[in-house]
Design a protein. Structure first.
Length: 658
């Protein structure tokens, strides 16, 4: 990597044993929260709530708790209570003078889930969940009711602030209560729990285990939408209840959706599923393992996919439909409303945030369990089976037709193809879309630098002139008449709205590359709104990205590093360039960067950082996203005004900090 990204080499004469820092206790969590919860953004912030709720759910799934309470109160304090066994409070044999409760709250990789002695299946597998929450909270209060006695201990920033106290008799109480306030030093003063998000989290957990009741309570003063202040969730039908509610009155390929549950012989594991095929649907996919959401799917998803594809092919053979050999997983899965919940011992996840399941045996277990039920679903009612087969075959035919058209289009001579492209576009040499990128660049100056910085084989450049039309507040005629939008649609080649066909997209990645300032952020927002409204399938399939150009170049001792924003600059000066005389240069825009700098900081796949823009997979989250775009970008300025009024104080504080 170039010196542009290299940190200054420390003077070797000062590098000795005293330079080696040893982080003890929970200090590593506070220094590097991203390693444990994925960052310090809103998603990571709410992950703290999920960690504590998952512990309570583990008690319920193990059969020791029947009720969980989730309560959000003033001061950003969240309290989660269960009526399970309660965290052990007796002295820990390996830590003299400390109770098991204190060890669990203050020590990484401690807990009762490393073996199957306390829990046959669980979501808290690494022994870091509650200790990480404690480390990243300004204060934590844990109350435990065991053996008809009530105990309490308090903590702050990962350290105990009191001894374990025995409060007295509690004859009618059992279980654990964890109340915590996330630390503003870690997440910022403006970060707050969103009642709507916590309400959905509590509701979704109740669907995953029919034997638990989850009670929700929130201070009404904290609610700014239609989220209820109190609610109780218990769903005897599990995922079937959830899917039935989500489908509402939508027409599906089969009158009855495919659902079921199967326990794994000889183990405490099980799998539950619910799948429907609406006739007109964007589709949504919800995957869970031991009540933990795995939005990126994983091996349990692979098992379900295999069961559905093999099952529909086998049914086609049964009824003599020879075309079925060409059925692909996407013909069966795309557009479906799908929910899958797996319980297994010792699951393996891709990271501590558990976004993807990697346990190899999960694919086999799920496929074997679901396949038999799916065969019966299709063959027990031949009309139902034929209806679903016809639906899948229609999708297969459409996919193959598009593939044939795409193949013909790709064979068209490059010169002829380029005649139909906008004049501002500097196209890449590769005809195949795989691996190619289109950079949408703000202004001709930045476009000139980008053209020199690009890889000519795989990277295309489309400059746009300033701020494009806000499509969320414009009518169709105005959108079609806008030249910048027309050029963009022509360059992408995949159509818009109901005619948008992601398989026709001419590039594998679309990268929005704007200046790292307020105007650049506004232009990026307008472009994201365009893709959200006009080409949502492109976003849903993961083709849209945000480039992350630097705002500052920091130079010390003839070595340079780059900072994305003021916060990143402060971090670099505090860590990498600590104690050195730093020369700071601020880029006014991408056009000020020479091609070499632009390539290495923003365009080279080996050195750059990009953000993938995606759409939520869950139906409720998608509805919230549509509502947010409409409120902030739509035709009613009073909604934007209300948002500005509600967030003005936060923005003023950020401006002062900057």
């Amino acid at each position: 990597m170039s010196d542009l990204f290299s940190a200054p080499t420390p003077d070797s004469s000062n590098y000795d044993a005293s330079s080696i820092e040893v982080l003890e206790g929970l200090e590593p969590v506070r220094r590097r929260p991203g390693m444990y919860i994925g960052g310090t953004d809103e998603r990571a912030f709410h992950h703290l709530a999920a960690e504590v709720l998952d512990n309570a759910m583990d008690e319920a799934v193990a059969g020791h708790a029947s009720r969980i309470e989730v309560a959000l109160g003033p001061g950003n304090r969240l309290t989660i209570t269960d009526n399970g066994r309660g965290i052990p409070i007796d002295a820990h044999p390996k830590f003299p003078g400390k109770s098991a409760l204190e060890v669990i709250l203050t020590t990484l990789h401690s807990g009762g889930k490393f073996s199957d002695k306390a829990y046959a299946t669980s979501g808290g597998l690494h022994g870091v969940g509650i200790s990480v929450v404690n480390a990243l909270s300004s204060d934590t209060i844990v109350e435990v009711a065991r053996n008809r006695e009530l105990y309490r201990q308090t903590f702050a920033k990962g350290h105990p602030t009191s001894k374990l106290e025995k409060l007295g008799a509690a004859p009618n109480r059992r279980g654990t209560s964890v109340a915590f306030t996330p630390d503003p030093e870690i997440f910022g003063e403006a970060m707050r729990f969103r009642p709507a998000r916590l309400h959905r989290l509590a509701r979704s957990k109740a669907y995953l285990y029919a034997g638990v009741e989850i009670r929700w309570r929130c201070d009404p003063a904290l609610i700014s939408d239609d989220t209820p202040a109190e609610a109780s969730f218990q769903f005897p039908g599990g995922l079937s209840d959830h899917l039935r509610e989500q489908l509402a009155a939508r027409e599906c390929a089969t009158a009855e959706f495919f659902s079921g549950r199967q326990e794994f012989p000889g183990t405490a594991g099980s799998v539950e599923w619910a799948v429907a095929w609406p006739l007109w649907s964007e589709g949504s996919y919800s995957y869970y393992c031991n009540t933990i959401p795995t939005p990126d799917g994983g091996t349990h998803e692979q098992g379900l996919r295999a069961a559905l594809v093999k099952g529909i092919r086998a049914f086609a053979d049964l009824v003599g439909q020879k075309k079925a050999k060409d059925i692909a997983p996407e013909d069966v899965m795309t557009g479906s409303e799908l929910m899958l919940s797996l319980f297994i011992r010792d699951p393996q996840f891709q990271s501590q945030t558990k976004d993807r399941l990697t346990s190899p045996e999960a694919a086999r277990l799920v496929e074997n369990a679901v396949r038999d039920h799916f065969d019966h679903f299709l063959s027990d009612n031949m009309d139902r089976g034929r209806a679903l087969l016809g639906f899948v075959l229609d999708r297969m035919d459409e996919r193959l037709r598009r593939k044939a058209e795409r193949d013909v289009k790709r064979k068209t001579a490059t010169s002829a193809r380029k005649l139909r492209l906008p004049g501002k576009l500097t196209d890449c040499a590769n005809d195949d879309a795989a691996g190619t990128e289109l950079f949408i660049v703000e202004g001709d100056s930045a476009g000139g630098s980008a053209k020199q910085a690009r890889d000519r084989k795989t990277q295309a450049i489309l400059p746009i002139r300033g701020k494009i039309l806000n499509v969320a507040s414009a009518n169709s005629a105005k959108i079609l008449a806008n030249q910048e939008i027309a050029d963009l649609i022509q360059a992408l080649g995949c159509g818009t709205r109901e005619r948008c066909d992601a398989s026709q997209l001419r590039y594998d990645r679309i990268v929005i590359m704007t200046d790292a300032d307020v105007d650049g952020a506004h232009i990026a927002t307008l472009l994201m709104t365009f893709f959200f409204q006009e080409m949502p399938d492109i976003v849903r399939r993961g083709h849209l990205y945000l480039a992350q150009p630097p705002l500052y170049r920091l130079t010390a001792n003839n070595k340079s590093v780059y900072a994305r924003d003021d916060a990143h600059r402060a971090e670099i000066e505090r860590t990498i360039l600590k104690g050195k005389k730093v020369e700071v240069a601020r880029f006014k825009g991408l056009g000020e960067m020479n091609p070499q700098q632009l390539r290495e900081t923003t365009m080279d796949p080996n050195t750059r950082t990009m953000i993938r823009i995606t759409l939520p997979t869950e139906y409720e989250e998608r509805a919230l996203t549509r509502d947010l775009v409409e409120r902030l970008m739509g035709k009613h300025p009073e909604h934007r005004f209300a948002f500005i009024q509600a967030n003005a104080a936060q923005l003023d504080e950020e401006a002062i900090d900057a």
